[in-house]
Design a protein around this ligand. Structure first.
Ligand SMILES: Cc1cc2nc3c(=O)[nH]c(=O)nc-3n(C[C@H](O)[C@H](O)[C@H](O)COP(=O)(O)OP(=O)(O)OC[C@H]3O[C@@H](n4cnc5c(N)ncnc54)[C@H](O)[C@@H]3O)c2cc1C
Length: 290
């Protein structure tokens, strides 16, 4: 087996320089809960691991411009234990809570969940529904990208060579906003989603939905933003009719694979059911924040 070098830079600049100097042979190491398994299986053979957990701005969770910015290398456990964040974004928090066991969450990161680019990654639909924006740094400088524009397909992202996701920004919450994430798995935990659905919505003072975003996981090659499903809610009181149209639009957006966890038909059906249930939970949460 060839030697693997390990570096733990303390600054972003140093991390970017290490990645740029490795000629495509380096991998970012966050929690390692996906990467180390892939290395053990021989599917990934890096020459250099660049551990980003020692970079302060990549591990902190801060209030910013009325919203939240959290480091892509903050552990899932730190995020779910952040009470102010959980109050504002209970759906995102529920999604992050689902990632593995307590032990896995102690190491795993949301940045890793996103950049591993599994179509079934639990935090990704919730982040897309939330309208999260990633800050990305690389040899070409700093740029921002919406979370839905980062995964490209199983194990593939739109990140350029040497780019690192530094942090994720979740926008300020208007009054009467709520979000929710639900997934279906054959087992109750420690399993990957057969379907995941994230919904985020805002109501006006009369209870009419003024803003919504809906996202689905595990029903296509990457997590999907489904504007047609959101459109079914906007302008409605999120009544039975609107929920029925949302479910139909969610099912129509699916282009799933069939595997041992479920057939295509099953995934299409469950996507509608879960999106509808998640919208119901988001609605209750929004009403309680009136
Ligand atoms: C027992 C077990 C149960 C699990 N259960 C679930 C589950 O229920 N739901 C779920 O979604 N996942 C689950 N996972 C998968 C995994 O834990 C998550 O995907 C986790 O969030 C990955 O984060 P990490 O920090 O460990 O990533 P790593 O393994 O460190 O990295 C993953 C990939 O992303 C790249 N990367 C990491 N961070 C960055 C960054 N900031 N910028 C650019 N590239 C980066 C790495 O180079 C690597 O290619 C489970 C894993 C295990 C072992």
């Amino acid at each position: 087996m060839s030697e693997i070098l390990y570096e733990a830079p303390k600054t972003l600049e140093a991390a970017v320089a290490l990645l740029a100097g490795a000629g495509g042979q380096a991998r970012v190491l966050a929690g390692g809960t996906d990467l180390l398994i892939q290395m053990r299986a021989g599917r990934v053979v890096p020459g250099l691991l660049v551990d980003i957990k020692g970079i302060v701005e990549m591990t902190t969770i801060v209030a910013e411009n009325g919203g939240f910015r959290f480091g892509a290398a903050a552990s899932c456990m730190e995020l779910v234990e952040h009470q102010a964040f959980a109050r504002e974004w209970p759906g995102v928090t529920d999604a992050v809570k689902l990632i593995g066991s307590v032990q896995v969450k102690g190491r795993a990161t949301v940045g890793g969940n996103l950049c591993n680019a599994s179509p079934a990654a639990d935090s990704v639909p919730a982040l897309i529904a939330a309208g999260a924006v990633a800050r990305i740094v690389g040899p070409g400088g700093t740029r921002e990208a919406r979370v839905e524009d980062i995964p490209a397909g199983p194990g593939r992202t739109t990140l350029a060579d040497g780019e690192i996701v530094v942090s994720l920004f979740l926008p300020p919450r208007p009054a009467r906003s709520g979000d929710a994430y639900l997934r279906f798995t054959p087992r109750t935990e420690m399993d990957i989603a057969v379907v995941g659905a994230g919904v985020n919505l805002t109501l006006d003072e009369t209870g009419v939905c003024t803003h919504a975003r809906v996202s689905l996981g595990a029903v296509a090659e990457r997590a999907l933003l489904v504007p047609e499903a959101a459109a079914a809610l906007i302008g409605s009181k999120v009544d039975e009719g609107a929920l029925g149209r949302l479910a139909a639009a969610a099912s129509a957006a699916c282009r799933p694979i069939a595997d041992k966890r479920g057939t295509r038909e099953f995934r299409v059906e469950v996507a509608g059911v879960l999106a509808r249930r998640a919208a119901g939970i988001a609605l209750d949460r929004a009403r309680r924040k009136g």
